[in-house]
Design a protein around this ligand. Sequence first.
Ligand code: 6PG
Length: 251
Amino acid sequence: MKEISPFDGRRSYIIPGDVEETISFAAHHWIHTALRSIQQRGRFAVALSGGATPKAIYQKLLALWEQKGDEGLDWGKVHLFWSDERGVPPDHPESNYRMALESGLKKLPISPSHIHRMEASPPTLESASLYEQKIEKLLGKELFDLVMLGIGEDGHTASLFPGTEALKEEKRLVIPNYLPDKNVWRMTLTFPCIERSRKAVFYLLGEGKRGIVPQVLLSGQEGPFPASRVGTTERPALLILDRAAARDLPQ
Ligand code: 6PG
């Protein structure tokens, strides 16, 4: 399956092949999305995700730039934001900011003034509101050109975990969220923020995702899995999965 296929009215998917082929497809898709955004709106604003899969994509983006395989993308027009952050300082091993930069993005010719760290140490209402103001001021009505997302084995996405308060948010774009199971606070984009953005893409690699994929796709928006709520009929979410993650994808 090498084409994008509709799953339902709100989600579409593509299975580019094995892990390597999927990472390569995801990086090229990212670059095409960036090129199109810059052509249409003069900028590419992306919300980066934490997790192992995006890390491989960031490494691939750096490799493509080094090999001049980035199709002449004007990195000076790229703005980096984050879709969620852990309540740790930016140099902490668990920081999503650190992970994205260390895995390659800091070597790309992106202006430091375009790297908009999600300040979350600690995740307070005040820092959430400052990030929200920044997003609204810099991005305008339609917010992000791309929101990168993963899906956890419990169906969470960004730091929108099952049963947590942040799922109820109807207005704010960024909020702190307490995760009782882990007894930690995180900072996260909200559903209204993801919905107002142009494109949400889920990246799913490996056997570990095999079980949650059909559950997220088949359960309704009101079901137990936060990731099921992403995607609208106007702007369907895209799932990019490798063969292992897609093994039980409902046909
Ligand atoms: C994080 C995330 C989180 C992640 C999923 C999937 O900060 O951990 O943003 O939502 O995307 O847990 O992570 P993997 O890709 O590592 O499975």
